[in-house]
Design a protein. Sequence first.
Length: 303
Amino acid sequence: MGAPEILSSRGGSLPGFIHARELSIGYGKPLMENLDFTIGKGEVFLILGGSGTGKSTLLKTLFGRLAPLAGSVEIAGVGDPARLQGHRPRFGVSFQGGALFGSLTIAQNVALPLEQWTSLDARTIAGIVDGKLRLVGLEGAGDRLPSELSGGMQKRAGIARALALENDLLFLDEPSAGLDPITSSELDDLLIALNRSLGLTLVIVTHELESIFKIGTRAILLDRKTRGIVADGDPRVLRDESFDPRVRAFFHRESVSGRREAQTDSVQGELLSSTPRPQPAEEPFTKDLPPIVREDPFRGEYL
């Protein structure tokens, strides 16, 4: 496998925060092999590729849900898998097919990580929850159930929950899947605001061209045939300057009007649903600050 095409990246001068070294990922049989890359602190780092390239599998391997088949992942200087698990409260994680707990109010959902990972009293937790809901533009919605919110508002609630523990790193899998173009653009604005105002590092799997060019400071493109990275750089530069036919095919594919349902990675034992459900009309977004996301379908722990 040849070296990936590397074009200038706005995040290239940022200090390393996540290091993947000779990383092979998959479920028994490798989907990708010998991946080497570094994610800078404060980057909006995108994992791109066609269906079946292992984008979601790579995301899960980076934050420790899946063990690598070979190689290593180091986050903030921690590379030992056992020690890395101890740092899990620092990672906010949101998956495409996940959902808030439907029987709990929005405030109760956001409070879950605080109740699991801290010994804070109920009054302090309530104050933090209120602050996170304000951060994502959902003040006044804490007593509502997830089913009473639109799709975009549910994603904002998910982000509030992911940020409950003052995380400095967020992993997101297809955050705009199933949203209409206006709501998707608002979500992009929220993610940009999070990155800029809070200094968060964002690692995002997406296939949406509009989002890729709007929010990404750096991207890697996975290739199924070579089982490796074929390009690494600023997505706008890759689009405009790459001569690799695989890169050009990805970035110059026809952009359909509206958002298509995400083509998710179908991996052994896990298929993330992308079928949109009917949603109530989106409420106007009037806040200055940030985000939205989905929760991990695995509900045995709170990230």
